[in-house]
Design a protein around this ligand. Structure first.
Ligand SMILES: C[S@@+](CC[C@H](N)C(=O)[O-])C[C@H]1O[C@@H](n2cnc3c(N)ncnc32)[C@H](O)[C@@H]1O
Length: 470
């Protein structure tokens, strides 16, 4: 454990509620975090997952605020959680317990959302949690400013089976002026100084200073202004950080209220779950000190927009939109191909075409198409080839669970497949060409059945050096 900076401890002692002690704060920060996972309800359900994993020595301790969240203890910890077949197949997400709280707050406060914006989404723990809650319906715009992190976000959405997301790649300060009053709900899980993450990363505060806190808070004020402008009147914005100081938390929300007065309503989160009142602030926000729930430090505020707000409007400069609705003949050909080769029924939705590619756009995305440039507009399903179609990995990951033609792999075969190797098939069957491969009903990707083997067609960037069965 690295030494905690005295200047940081001094700043904490000034704001720690009187019933909590600084010694306890330092003590909890020196303890490792309890590993936590969230079961992916797009692919399984908590009861089935627990029933499958308990005999393998996994013990689940429910996280009080998230029905799908569990603290996990394992009898054998020799295998890294991220290398397990269950993780790679997208049955669960490794996610710190307190980080599950912002989407839970959102789900508790809005009945239904058609349009949801996640302003700072990578690597996607909360995006995938919200997509699961939306059951892949409606439109989830997942934005990330960092190019390198966008790739990981996309990989996580595919692994977890998210089909209602479009990805954008902006500084999120553009949303308010570009898409005012556009979203039913917004999550701003803001970039922050990370004071709550010391248990995960003892070096988290190496670059911490009061001056850096100030400059991050200035950016957060601009981000929340932008988000609030992009929110529809009546909608809810959840503002969260994994930091503890008031400048980046309460004061960012207060700044918004000072700017827009009665249009901003603080929503009381004290009854979000049993025991939430321990963390509640005078405004009704949740300020999660690590010792309260033995977790990371976190902050969650819920802000309802009860009236419109003034703000600049900007018409973005857009290039030519490269997609057109796919011609009926092409759609029919793809529908037939998916049905005959994989037993997949294509959902009844508009497909878009770009040159030889066919894309599936999430419902409701058309309303944003003239307004904003997208990084990835949905799912690239297939590319027309000389004799039929080349079906994408993404398409099979998203549609393959329902397919009635697939090669089911056992645990050892699934490990081999995810390590990018070919699989011997000694049953003397005739060559079958492109096939969908699944493990326990969960799609893993595709392969080409040639002679006595399955030739591996997993995209190279998904091939893993380490995969383990438990
Ligand atoms: C706290 S992390 C988000 C974590 C994510 N919501 C999750 O739950 O997995 C903040 C993210 O904001 C991104 N970011 C930083 N500045 C940004 C900006 N101006 N606009 C949008 N995203 C930004 C960072 O690259 C980082 O990925």
């Amino acid at each position: 454990m690295a030494q905690i900076k005295q200047e940081f401890l001094n700043s904490i002692s000034e704001i720690l509620p009187s019933h909590l002690s600084l010694e306890e704060f330092a003590h909890f920060n020196s303890q490792p975090l309890r590993p936590a996972i969230r079961v992916n309800t797009l692919k399984t359900d908590p009861a089935s997952f627990i029933a499958a994993m308990t005999p393998k020595g996994w013990h689940f301790d429910p996280i009080p605020w998230c029905h799908e969240g569990f603290w996990l203890t394992r009898e054998d910890e020799s295998v890294q959680l991220g290398n397990t077949l269950e993780h790679l197949a997208g049955l669960f997400y490794i996610q710190e317990a307190s980080s599950m709280m912002p989407p839970v707050a959102l789900a508790a406060l809005v009945d239904r959302v058609d349009t949801l914006l996640d302003m700072a989404a990578a690597p996607g723990s909360k995006t995938t949690q919200m997509a699961a809650w939306m059951e892949n319906h409606g439109l989830l715009m997942a934005n990330e400013y960092s190019s390198s992190r966008l790739k990981g976000l996309h990989a996580n959405l595919t692994r977890m089976g998210v089909s209602n997301a479009i990805l954008t790649h902006f500084d999120a300060r553009v949303f308010g002026a570009t898409l005012p009053e556009a979203f039913d709900a917004i999550l701003l899980d803001a970039p922050c100084s990370g004071e709550g993450t010391l248990r995960k990363d003892p070096d988290a505060l190496n670059n911490w200073s009061l001056a850096s806190v100030e400059s991050i808070a200035a950016m957060q004020r601009e981000l929340i202004e932008s988000g609030f402008q992009a929110l529809k009147t009546g909608g809810v914005l959840i503002y969260s950080t994994c930091t503890l100081n008031r400048r980046e938390n309460q004061e960012v929300c207060r700044h918004l209220k000072a700017s827009h007065g009665d249009a901003v309503e603080y929503v009381d989160l004290s009854r979000l779950f049993d025991g939430a009142d321990k963390a509640v602030t005078e405004e009704g926000f949740l300020h999660i000190w690590p010792q309260l729930y033995d977790s990371e430090g976190f902050f969650v505020a819920a802000l309802r927009k009860v009236g419109p707000v003034a703000g600049e409007h900007r018409t973005p400069r857009l290039g030519r939109f490269p997609f057109v609705p796919a011609p009926g003949k092409q759609v029919q050909a793809l529908t037939d191909h998916l049905k005959s080769r994989f037993g997949i029924t294509l959902p009844r939705t508009t497909l878009m075409a770009r040159d030889k590619e066919l894309w599936l756009f999430p419902e409701g995305s058309d309303r944003f198409i003239p307004a904003i440039r997208m990084q990835r507009l949905g799912i690239r399903l297939a590319e027309e080839a000389k004799h039929g179609f080349r079906i994408s990995h993404e398409a099979l990951m998203l549609l393959g669970a329902e397919a009635c033609k697939a090669v089911e792999l056992d645990d050892d075969q699934a490990v081999t497949y995810l390590m990018g190797r070919d699989l011997p098939m000694d049953n003397g069957a005739k060559a079958k060409g492109e096939v969908l491969v699944r493990w326990r009903g969960t799609p893993l990707g595709q392969a080409k059945w040639v002679g006595n083997k399955l030739k591996n067609s997993l995209p190279r960037d998904l091939v893993r050096d380490n995969v383990a069965k438990i």
